[in-house]
Design a protein around this ligand. Structure first.
Ligand SMILES: C[S@@+](CC[C@H](N)C(=O)[O-])C[C@H]1O[C@@H](n2cnc3c(N)ncnc32)[C@H](O)[C@@H]1O
Length: 185
């Protein structure tokens, strides 16, 4: 059985993580990815624009005994104001299942956040982006994101996509970005 996209996202990030690294969860939501990163890195900065996300995530972290996380009630487009350098960044786009489904990530702020994530990423660092796009506005965000990442210079970044090709409707998929350690050519 192949890895599901979210499991692949985690595996992609874990491969480069050490206990002292700083990481970012750009879309905190219920805090699953925040906890995942907290258990595998030194410090996590987690962002969301919904108070509910911070409450859920705080509870999840306390239950797990993790205190190495800074929660920011702030849009991820501002992440560079809080984080200088990161080894790994995860995005989980779309809406928070347990909350207002009309409150979704948006192309303009998502692109600003991905640009900021690329800027603060350490050489050898990685970004994983789970793209959920079955909701209104989802296809537009997906298209804008794909256009942006496909245009990242190959001298600086490796960009990959992981998706099922024979699944009905709008299956979520994964974009993986690695910042190269050394330029070539
Ligand atoms: C699919 S959910 C994330 C799920 C989460 N990773 C988890 O483990 O539960 C998407 C989240 O992005 C948040 N969001 C929307 N716009 C945002 C923005 N500009 N900055 C940060 N988070 C945002 C939503 O509030 C929502 O909680």
């Amino acid at each position: 059985m192949p890895l599901k996209p979210l499991d692949m996202a985690h595996e992609f990030l874990v491969q480069v993580l050490s206990p002292e690294d700083t990481t970012v969860d750009a879309t905190m939501g219920n805090g699953h990815d925040t906890l995942f990163l907290a258990q595998r890195s030194g410090l996590v900065h987690a962002f969301d624009i919904q108070e509910q996300a911070l409450v859920q995530t705080q509870q999840r972290l306390e239950q797990a005994g993790q205190s190495n996380v800074q929660l920011h009630l702030k849009g991820h487009e501002h992440l560079a104001e809080y984080v200088d350098q990161a080894k790994a960044v995860i995005f989980n786009l779309g809406y928070l299942p347990s909350a207002d489904k009309s409150l979704v990530t948006l192309p303009e702020t998502t692109l600003a956040a991905v640009k900021a994530a690329c800027d603060i990423l350490l050489p050898g660092g990685r970004i994983a982006m789970m793209v959920y796009w079955g909701h209104p506005g989802g296809p537009e965000e997906k298209d804008a994101l794909l256009a942006f990442v496909q245009d990242l210079p190959q001298e600086d970044y490796t960009v990959l996509e992981y998706r099922t090709l024979n699944q009905r409707n709008c299956p979520p998929f994964l974009i993986m970005i690695e910042k190269k350690v050394e330029k070539y050519g």
